[in-house]
Design a protein around this ligand. Structure first.
Ligand SMILES: [Zn+2]
Length: 64
């Protein structure tokens, strides 16, 4: 058990923690604590959302 210092808020916490319990900053900057939607990723996200919306509209149209 050892303590590490948060690189963002400078509070100390156990180094077995993946993220800082004070500000949720990842201990290892190479391991994000949540998925990022950057660059083409956000476009894929909106494309999937749009396709699901079309499917939902088609299902509601044909079920009438
Ligand atoms: Zn912190």
């Amino acid at each position: 058990m050892s303590q590490v210092k948060c690189r963002k808020c400078e509070q100390e916490y156990d180094d077995e923690m993946v993220i800082c319990p004070h500000c949720d900053t990842p201990t290892n900057p190479n391991i994000p604590n949540y998925p990022h939607f950057k660059g083409p990723g956000i476009m894929v996200f909106f494309f999937v959302f749009f396709v699901l919306l079309l499917i939902g509209m088609a299902v509601s149209f044909f079920s009438q």
